[in-house]
Design a protein around this ligand. Structure first.
Ligand SMILES: NC(=O)c1ccc[n+]([C@@H]2O[C@H](COP(=O)([O-])OP(=O)(O)OC[C@H]3O[C@@H](n4cnc5c(N)ncnc54)[C@H](O)[C@@H]3O)[C@@H](O)[C@H]2O)c1
Length: 418
């Protein structure tokens, strides 16, 4: 069957660039979203997102010809589901309400010969046990009448168009026929490799990518906590250990943020608690990091009455302005709840209203660098003396800066010579 018209359900960070790339490939594309202001802004051409490459694509002539946004669903040949899948914070299971509602909406216009693709990150078995039955309420049968696939998105915020176009992806059809149909639509806009899988393989594959990162970060974080208990610098230990040809320990940090890594591992454990103990443990280790960092900060000002603390960095990671699930924000919240006078600043998040470290340091007792953005590192190295001069107590606490390779190799050479 020829694909002529596509509806992307959920025109957010993943859905909008995907819709724009489908439109650029020549397909009639509708970005369907429940947010009317967002839909209006897309249609009026006034929407501006954080990424320039997305903004540029939205003004492309072919894209403007083929793409429109809508608040009402309409029939199409292909439907992409790109709605949020947050976590239920108490029960640590996926909140599938947006996926369920998207499927119900699609079912109302589904036709024989259609293809439905779930790009949202979903728990294992969700495609066949949640999505399929809802779509079949249309009276059509999945596989016989309608193709269905889970093709998870791997995009990294900040580089969406390049990543969506060039990343390889897993095409998890509910059957071979569905996988083949999904491959045909992705070939319209993806140059990366397409790996055919089952729907369940695609689900576990996507989740395991983020769980893998989480477990490795948790190891580094646990090692850091352990080293600190015995007054050893974890960064030096990690650098020395990484000279082993088969060891590559990650850097520890103040926790794990963003809306993928702290969330997705729970989507694995919700279907099998017994066989996911390492994954659950890693989640708990990483979630406990802000408490440990807050304790270090309290210790750093323990001798100062009513200390003024400047917390540098509120984003969830370096060189990024996204604050979703930010461990830095959690550290700030913990200290503020304790009654500390905390002044959070972040050059990436605040942009033009960022006061600069020298200004923020006025009468401060401690500057704690929670997120080592490149611009903060530059500012500290260029203006450290003036920053310290401005402070009431000249204390700067930097967490987990990599040890200098040169100093280590010097030690190694010196000991050999001795
Ligand atoms: N952002 C990323 O970097 C990234 C990367 C990989 C995977 N994902 C996954 O992709 C999915 C989408 O994430 P996102 O970051 O694009 O979310 P988002 O919050 O940026 O956008 C989601 C959009 O869906 C709309 N929406 C919600 N319910 C709807 C419904 N029933 N019908 C129509 N529209 C609806 C919202 O109004 C919003 O505009 C999630 O499952 C996420 O985990 C995101």
């Amino acid at each position: 069957m020829q694909f002529r018209k596509v509806v992307v359900v959920g025109a957010g960070y993943v859905g909008l660039p995907t819709a724009a790339l489908l439109a650029k490939s020549g397909l009639e594309t509708v970005a369907f979203d429940i947010n009317k202001d967002h839909v209006d802004a897309i249609n009026e051409g006034t929407l501006r997102v954080e990424e320039d490459s997305i903004n540029a694509l939205l003004t492309d002539k072919t894209v403007r010809q083929n793409l429109r946004a809508a608040i009402e669903i309409e029939p199409a040949d292909v439907f992409f589901i790109c709605v949020p899948t947050p976590i239920d914070p108490k029960r640590k299971i996926a909140d599938l309400s947006h996926v369920v509602s998207a499927c119900e909406t699609i079912a109302s216009v589904l036709q024989k010969g259609n293809l439905v693709i779930v790009e949202s990150t979903i728990p294992v078995l969700c495609t066949r046990e949640t999505v399929k039955p809802i779509l079949e309420r249309s009276g059509l049968k999945i596989d016989a009448d309608v193709c269905l696939a889970h093709c998870p998105e791997r995009v990294l915020p900040g580089n969406a168009i390049h990543e969506i176009t060039n990343n390889s992806r897993v095409i998890g059809g509910i059957s071979e026929k569905s996988s083949n149909a999904a491959v045909r639509i992705y070939r319209h806009f993806v140059n990366g490799e397409l790996h055919i899988a089952t729907d369940v393989e695609a689900e576990i594959c996507k989740l395991s990518e983020n769980a893998y990162r989480d477990v490795n970060i948790a190891f580094a974080n646990e090692l850091a906590a352990l080293c600190e208990q015995i007054n050893v610098d974890p960064m030096r230990v990690i650098e020395m250990a990484n000279h082993h040809p088969r060891v590559n320990i990650l850097n520890p940090g103040i926790g794990v943020g963003g809306h993928c890594i702290p969330v997705d591992p729970w989507f694995i454990s919700e279907i099998d608690r017994e066989n996911s103990t390492l994954i659950q443990c890693a989640r708990r280790i990483n979630d406990a990091r802000p408490e440990k960092i807050a304790a270090r900060i309290r210790q750093a000002v323990a001798d100062i009455p009513n200390p003024k603390i400047v917390a540098v960095g509120t984003a969830f990671k370096t060189n990024c302005k996204d604050q979703r699930e930010s461990p830095a924000m959690r550290v700030i919240e913990l200290l503020t709840c304790d009654g500390y006078d905390v002044h959070p600043i972040d050059p990436e998040v605040q942009g033009d209203s960022y006061p600069g470290l020298e200004q923020a340091a006025q009468n401060a007792d401690l500057i704690v660098v929670l997120v080592e953005h490149d611009s903060v590192i530059d500012e500290l190295s260029e203006r450290e003396e003036r920053i310290l001069d401005a402070m009431r107590n000249p204390r700067i606490l930097r967490l987990y800066r990599p040890a200098l390779t040169t100093s280590l190799s010097t030690i190694a050479l010196a000991s050999v010579a001795a």
